[in-house]
Design a protein around this ligand. Structure first.
Ligand SMILES: [Fe+2]
Length: 248
């Protein structure tokens, strides 16, 4: 093998090396949100995630007052069924569940009543907001979460149109000690061109703490295959992502 062949051979290998072992954003508990529609589908998706090198999945069903009134009992009940099925099929992966809380009145009420939230890792709470308008309670909710001892993690900040006018809007939220989780497929322009550009800018500014698949179905994992070969995916290796700290 010539020097050049070995050099390029190594480069090629490095591009496909797995370095993210935990996914903390997905919708894999069947029939409780707009994600997986059956246990069979969940198994297929999880098998694919195992192929991608994931060792642990913390799935995050939607909790949303208007559409998905999921409770910890519903989510953990679904998780337990899913775990049994994975065990019966000898699929080797650790799986746990938290939630993706939508910032609405229902969520604010939970915070006001100090109802226990579904968290992962170091009391991280994954939350999302409306895509169009900045929620009136955004700052209050962040403050309440922190006061209650949680660490808020904003799901896919690159997808919120109300942050697009000025990059300092992202910085203002980030400075409130909110962690940012970008969706991996944003790096392929799966959601939109601006979402891709903002995800890249967040990476360049080292304002990314977690990455997630936000997998709702096989369509997301088919794109993820290409995402994993993209330039910005490889740049993620230079950030101090917290995903792997979630391995237990
Ligand atoms: Fe999601």
């Amino acid at each position: 093998m010539s020097f050049l062949t070995s050099l390029f051979g190594k480069k090629e290998q490095a591009q496909h090396e797995d370095f993210i072992f935990v996914d903390m954003h997905s919708h894999l508990i069947p029939k409780i949100d707009d994600g997986s529609k059956s246990l069979d589908e969940s198994v297929e998706l999880i098998k694919k995630l195992v192929e991608f090198g994931y060792k642990k999945i913390i799935t995050s069903p939607h909790i949303m007052g208007d559409f998905y009134k999921n409770t910890p009992e519903i989510i953990l009940g679904g998780l337990s069924e899913l775990k049994q099925r994975l065990k019966s099929e000898n699929i080797e992966i650790e799986i746990d569940a938290a939630a993706e809380y939508y910032l609405d009145e229902w969520f604010i009420e939970k915070l006001n009543k100090n109802e226990p939230l579904l968290t992962f890792g170091k009391k991280y709470v994954l939350f999302e907001t409306s895509y169009m308008n900045e929620p009136a309670h955004l700052h209050q909710a962040i403050f309440s979460m922190r006061t209650l001892g949680y660490t808020p993690v904003l799901a896919h900040p690159e997808r919120y149109l109300y942050l697009y006018n000025d990059f300092s809007a992202f910085e203002k939220i980030y400075e409130m000690d909110v962690l940012f989780q970008i969706n991996l497929n944003s790096l392929m322009g799966y959601y939109s061109k601006p979402a891709k550009q903002f995800a890249e800018k967040l990476i360049d500014n080292k304002m990314v703490d977690f990455v997630g698949t936000d997998c709702h179905g096989m369509r997301h994992l088919n794109v993820l295959k290409d995402t994993r070969a993209s330039k910005y995916y490889n740049k993620l290796a230079n950030l101090n992502l917290l995903n792997n700290t979630l391995l237990s």
